[in-house]
Ligand binder design. Structure first.
Ligand SMILES: Nc1nc2c(ncn2[C@@H]2O[C@H](COP(=O)(O)OP(=O)(O)OP(=O)(O)O)[C@@H](O)[C@H]2O)c(=O)[nH]1
Length: 331
């Protein structure tokens, strides 16, 4: 009895156990640095020699979200803990035909490309349509993003260090890219044919050196996660403002500063010059609300995975300077 009471008091003090979770796909061509990025987000450090991802790897980031007022899902003016599941999808062609099994109940997508390999940027279109066609979505948007994608996304240009070197030496190191650059210079190819892509990440440095110096755009990423949490758990309080293109399969650039983050503690430091974040802040349609799973107190269970994905790694780690402590979980 005493222990139960103590446990209850602790729960009240700490805001209770994690309130729920959002699922984020991390996609992009093989070798663009998805695993490195996920490790940086969750562990705050780089992996010197990451292995090729086999099928999919799930990592979990623990985050604290402050919410004022009440909504249909979560009541009270409080700070709550949430899990962000990062589903790092292998970019290798080998998994192309079966990776859609991982596209289930997605709340958001991190698109990653390699700034030194321009085709990885245009290929993000293919990733977007693959997910839009085969995925199921939690708290979908009322209107659609690139290739009909109905959830918020963030585009990350990685390997800035290599791209920077190429700029100074004048070589892309890649024949296809060199040809593409030439065609663009002749005005034969419109840049708008590509998915609108953010400025580089992390700012002016590679992931590895950014990790060493603990320098990367953590705020934009956390803000993105918090927006997904807000959309899923507090969506009945969202302003009716649409920042997406009205028609599906249309690539329009919407600047991050069109989106308000009034209840987000990271808002102040978010740079309005960054195009890193795009999202719709519309509440889901009534019909879509019915599709949303109820908030749970534990992470979503991974989808059933075929035998060919036996080698998944499920690791849990967190950014070292995150204020809240993440307990080990079994995803
Ligand atoms: N120079 C540089 N190398 C990087 C950077 N980010 C990642 N890498 C390297 O790029 C290689 C591929 O990185 P991964 O994180 O495994 O790429 P991935 O996208 O997960 O690849 P798949 O698992 O095949 O889909 C590794 O050798 C990384 O060390 C960066 O910012 N700069």
């Amino acid at each position: 009895m005493f222990w139960k009471e103590k446990e209850r008091r602790n729960r009240d003090k700490d805001g209770g156990p994690p309130c729920g979770q959002v699922r984020v796909l991390v996609v992009g061509d093989s070798g663009v640095g998805k695993t490195s990025l996920v490790h940086l987000i969750t562990a705050g450090s780089a992996i010197p020699h990451p292995n090729n991802t086999v099928g999919c790897t799930v990592n979990v980031k623990h985050t604290t979200y402050r919410h004022s007022g009440s909504s249909s899902s979560v009541k009270g003016d409080t700070e709550r803990d949430f899990f962000v599941e990062l589903w790092d999808i292998s970019g290798h062609e080998r998994y192309k035909d079966c990776r859609a099994v991982f596209y289930k109940q997605i709340n958001g997508v991190l698109f990653v490309h390699d700034l030194s390999q321009r085709n990885t940027k245009s290929n993000l279109q293919k990733w977007a349509s693959e997910i839009a066609l085969n995925g199921s979505f939690s708290a979908p948007l009322e209107s659609y993003g690139p290739c009909g994608l109905p959830i918020p996304y963030l585009v990350i240009g990685n390997k800035v260090d290599i791209a920077e070197k190429q700029r100074t030496t004048g070589s892309s190191g890649n024949l296809v890219d060199a040809a593409r650059l030439w065609v663009e210079k002749q005005g034969l190819l419109s840049i708008s044919e590509e998915l609108p892509v953010t400025n580089s990440f992390p700012a002016n440095t590679g992931l590895i050196s950014a990790a060493k110096d603990a320098r990367f755009d953590k705020e934009s990423i956390l803000k993105f996660f918090h927006t997904l949490i807000r959309r899923r758990y507090f969506s009945d309080e969202l302003p009716s403002q649409n920042t997406w293109s009205a028609s599906p399969i249309q690539n329009s650039i919407y600047h991050s500063d069109e989106i308000s983050f009034e209840d987000d503690k990271y808002n102040k430091s978010f740079s309005s010059s960054s195009e890193a974040y795009r999202s719709n802040t519309l509440p889901p349609l009534p019909a879509q609300r019915n599709l949303m799973p109820p908030p749970t107190f534990y992470p979503q269970q991974p989808v059933a995975i075929s035998d060919s994905f036996d080698h998944q790694r499920f690791t849990t780690s967190e950014i070292s300077n995150t204020s809240s402590k993440r307990s080990d979980i079994n995803v």
